[in-house]
Design a protein around this ligand. Structure first.
Ligand code: 6GU
Length: 247
C-alpha cells in the first residue's frame, strides 16, 4: 500500500516510520510511504506557505495556490483518496482505518497554522480528525492514521489477527497474563491454567464484555452481540448486583 504524505515538516515522521513494525514492512516492500515538503511548491522568493487572514485576526492561513500545486503534482490524474488532516474532520475510528486499508493508495495532507484557505477544500475527498482536542498541526494525526491503517495491510503484522483485539469485534480486549505465575501476591486467573480451551474462550469473552460494559458502555451499545454474549452479559449483571448487595 502506498501513502503519500504532504507536510511542512517531513522529518517529524522519521521516528514513527523508522522503527519497528512499520519500518520492517516498508523495508519488505509491503508499504511505500512517501513524504513531500509543501514548501517545495511555494513560488515566491521567501518560499511563503502561509499568509495573514483576510478580515484580520491572529495566526496565519495556509495558501490555496501552494496547496493546489502540491496536491496536483503528487496526485496528477490518479483517482485516489486525498484526505486533509484537520480537527474539523470526521473522527477517525477502527472502521475508517479498515476502509482505508482496502485502498491501494491514500494521500494525507497535514494542515498547519490557524487553518487553511477555505477555497482549498475542493482539493480533498475527505477530512479526518483523530479526536476532540487540538494539535499544533496535522502531522501527529497523520502518523496515527498511517500506523492504524498500515497494520491492517496483509503481511504487516507477523501473527496477523487484527480482528481479535481492542475495537475490532467492537469490544475492548480481554486481559492478558504471562510469567511469572505469582507477582506481588497476584496469581494468574486459574481458568487460564486449566487447559480447557472452550472454557477459556468463554471466560475471555465474558471478560471482554465486562470490561467494555465498565469502561466503554457506548461501544457495548453498538457492538454486534450473539445470543451467547447476551447470556454472558446477564451473568455479568447478576455478578455485579451480587457484589453490590455484599458491600
Ligand atoms: Cl487532524 N489536526 C490538528 N491540528 N489537531 C487535531 C487533529 C488534526 N485531530 C485532532 N486534533
Amino acid at each position: 500500500m502506498r501513502f503519500d504524505i504532504l507536510t511542512l515538516f517531513p522529518t517529524m515522521f522519521d521516528g514513527p516510520l523508522g522503527e519497528s513494525i512499520i519500518k520492517r514492512a516498508a523495508d519488505d516492500g509491503l508499504l511505500d510511504i512517501r513524504r513531500y515538503n509543501i514548501r517545495d511548491y511555494a513560488t515566491d522568493r521567501h518560499k511563503s506557505v502561509d499568509d495573514a487572514p483576510y478580515g484580520g485576526g491572529a495566526g496565519m492561513v495556509m495558501k490555496v495556490d501552494v496547496l493546489a500545486r502540491a496536491v496536483g503534482d503528487v496526485v496528477g490524474d490518479a483517482v485516489v483518496p486525498v484526505i486533509l488532516m484537520t480537527p474539523q474532520g470526521r473522527v477517525f475510528t477502527q472502521q475508517i482505518a479498515a476502509e482505508l486499508a482496502q485502498q491501494p493508495r491514500i494521500v494525507l495532507v497535514c494542515g498547519h497554522y490557524e487553518g487553511i484557505d477555505e477555497r482549498a477544500m475542493s482539493l480533498f475527498s475527505d477530512q479526518i480528525s483523530i479526536g476532540d482536542y487540538v494539535l499544533t498541526g496535522g502531522e501527529l494525526a497523520a502518523m496515527v492514521v498511517v500506523d492504524a491503517v498500515a497494520r491492517l495491510v496483509p503481511g504487516v503484522l507477523a501473527e496477523a489477527s487484527p480482528q481479535e483485539e481492542s475495537h475490532s469485534g467492537g469490544l475492548l480486549e480481554y486481559p492478558q497474563y504471562t510469567r511469572p505465575p505469582a507477582w506481588q501476591g497476584q496469581a494468574i486467573p486459574p481458568m487460564l491454567l486449566s487447559g480447557h480451551h472452550a472454557e477459556i474462550a468463554r471466560w475471555r469473552r465474558k471478560q471482554a464484555l465486562a470490561r467494555t460494559r465498565e469502561h466503554r458502555p457506548d461501544l457495548l451499545a453498538r457492538a454486534p452481540l450473539s445470543a451467547a454474549d447476551r447470556k454472558l452479559l446477564a451473568e455479568i449483571e447478576r455478578d455485579a448486583s451480587t457484589t453490590e448487595t455484599e458491600t
